[in-house]
Design a protein around this ligand. Sequence first.
Ligand code: MSP
Length: 661
Amino acid sequence: MSKPSFYITTPIYYPNDKLHIGHAYTTVASDTMARYKRLRGYDVYFLTGTDEHGQKIQSRAEQAGLEPKAFLDPIIEWIQALWKKLDISYDDFIRTTEERHEKVVADIFERLLAQDDIYLSEYEGWYCTPDESFWLERELKDGKCPECGREVQFVREASYFFRMGKYVDRLLQYYEDNPGFIEPVGRKTEMIKNFIEPGLQDLCVSRTSFDWGVHVKSDPKHVVYVWLDALTNYITAIGYGSDDPEAKAKFEKYWPADVHVVGKDIVRFHTIYWPIILMALDLPLPKKVFGHGFFLAKGGKMSKSKGNVIDPLQLIDRYGRDAFRYFLMREIPFGQDGVFTPEAMVDRLNYDLANDFGNLIHRTVAMLHRFYGGAIPVPAGLTDEEEALISLAAQTRELVERYMDEMQFSLALSEIWNLVRRGNKYIDECQPWKLHKEGQTERLQTVLYHMAEVIRLATIMVQPVMPDAPKVIRRQFGWTDEEFAWTALNIGAGVGGRRVAEGEPLFPRLDVEKEIEALTEMTTSTVPNQQAAKDTSGQQAKAAEKGQDKSGAKPQIGIDVFDQVELRVGQIKTAAKVEGADKLLQFQIDLGSETRQIVSGIAKYYAPEDLIGKKVIVVANLKPAKLRGVESQGMILCASEGDALTIATVPDSMPNGAIVK
Ligand code: MSP
């Protein structure tokens, strides 16, 4: 019987700059799903690629003094190298500048024109060049782009438009008939309320003000405007519109896509415009669009154009791709936003990988060698302990499958770790060292076998997330293909009697302070996107550096959350520069009952001697952190705007240590 097919896509990324951790997040999540489906016996086709046309690319190439293609090629190479480094198992990488794509886009445009789905008119309105999006007057926020907060230009030019209105009822019907089409479900409500109910505007599908794109055959001064061009990659890559029989067969096999994985920023294009384009082409619609949340940097949105990016390469180089991928998939529930913090990353790697999984493997291998000559025993009789473990394993498998099918990667991992932790507990409770000492050989055999079985199960299930460690563990334990198949995910399917190799710990324990310091350094640098940062307006770039979102606003919190912050009046006793760190000042601050050392990045704004004696507000219950090797036991509050910064001060009459609220 032929395998069922599974077609999964990532967005095609804009190669106007290097990619950051957010792009890696989408791609790793898609790869995790692709790997999982392969393990479950699907014939998977996994597509990624780059979105290479448009005004932004054209002007970036011009700035660099290069032809667009010459500008793009090294960036594409860089992106592909990043995916290689992350072991992204894509089957195809489409570049929208490839002939297989451009030719079909031009044909599609002509067909839609002939069908009267597309008509020529004049565009008049607001345009955000960095986002390549058009906005209505009412959609602007304070006269700026509602998506990125940057300046918009008023443009008027002849453009072709797609008649969207014609298909809206069918689209809404599709939503209703296919409740799983948009996930998480909340995004569907958003789409209907924000875009469909106010009246869906026709989509502008051509431009004449730049020419880096697919030229309209019948009217070549127009180039196909980016979204019609970009979205179509999902079908051109698998052979739509090609005359080649092999390509045609591929399209028949894989279309409609099982899931388009996208960030929440482009859900609108994938759940409104894309289905409508497909309806006009008489093609079936994708089964699902999953709009995941955003990776935020310290309370703010991270984006290429803002410059507050986290470079995935540095993290992979330091921790390895397994750890990096594990962190991405475990830390944030897929669908929600999450904030990257160095503390969370170090905790995950230390607790989950080193303490839980690493330890289980390490202890088991050591005990197999110490008590059983390095082999996995054949089990003897089972007790309640084993029965409980067996049933937990069965339940884990069921839940992991459910969550993976739902793309709830963090929940699936949490279940696997529940089993791993139970495995460690099982060892503590059964005390193999005692069984050995007491000569309870049969019981010892059973326990050692079950320890190895928990590892086998966890290792199989973790494969979609980690491409490397499971291979090493498998080699170490010598499991065969049958034992290592997803279908062998039950305790008892592992065969006893085989030798296990001794090995190095796979997940080393990290020095918390050292790593937090290193991560803080890495994740506050703006190196990969300096150019992009320059493109943003000065004020926004500043906010971006500080990790705020475009308005600087943060989500609302309750008084209970605010109450957790201890603010106190402190008096600066000493102030000095931190050696080797231009930005930092180091203070001794009198908090009434104690003196605290605090390090603050305000050297640019104040001479140390000007601050002595000042009464300031201190966040007194902030976890200590090391900045450039100097411990900081709190934080001083400052106000900042643009290039200016002022320490928040309190009148001298207020005693040191007084509570601020
Ligand atoms: N080229 C378009 C997509 C066309 S798809 C037919 C585009 N490209 S992009 O490079 O700007 O971003 C693509 C995707 O990157 C986002 O949809 C999202 O999946 C991912 N992310 C970009 N920044 C992100 C975060 N900070 N966090 C998580 N994902 C983010 O839009």
